[in-house]
Ligand binder design. Structure first.
Ligand code: HEM
Length: 125
């Protein structure tokens, strides 16, 4: 992971301080899927980068090896986030993830990851 460009934000995206809305997706991975999960994010689709009002994202990895990953995305406002969730870019950005879930289901296995998201207004800085 040392050469992983996780924290590199494209120059055209604004400073996180400009965000008015934040969505945090918490993902619990099965142990066997962790390496694959990290690989997906190291080569992520970046479809989201072209969405209006998208300001940036970070993926946090818990120091506890059993902990969840947090996918934090920063937006100008709630409307911009909702437009992304309903867009073809959302689907494209999740194509490999959704294919992995489908394949596990077809094999009769437990899902390799479980996701739960919450959304937040920025109250103060
Ligand atoms: C079943 C639900 C979901 C699962 C299992 C999931 C898992 C993943 C995975 C594994 C990736 C990397 C995909 C790749 O590049 O191949 C990804 C991308 C991403 N996920 Fe999710 N995700 C889910 C829903 C969500 C939701 C609801 C949000 C926001 C609250 C979110 C935020 C993101 C972002 C910002 C990216 C990067 C997209 C891009 O590069 O275009 N995800 N997700």
């Amino acid at each position: 992971m040392s050469d992983c460009p996780l924290s590199q934000r494209p120059a055209h995206l604004g400073p996180v301080e400009e965000a008015g809305f934040v969505a945090i997706n918490t993902i619990h991975c099965e142990n066997h899927y962790r390496e694959r999960f990290e690989c997906l994010f190291c080569s992520r689709a970046k479809m989201i980068d072209s969405m209006p009002g998208f300001i940036g994202m970070s993926v946090l990895k818990d120091e506890d090896p059993k902990g969840a990953y947090l996918v934090i995305s920063y937006w100008k406002d709630k409307e911009c986030f909702e437009a992304w969730v309903g867009s073809p870019e959302f689907y494209e950005g999740h194509k490999r993830a959704f294919a992995d879930l489908k394949a596990a289901k077809q094999r009769g296995e437990e899902p390799p990851m479980k996701s739960d998201f919450r959304t937040y207004d920025i109250m103060t800085r």
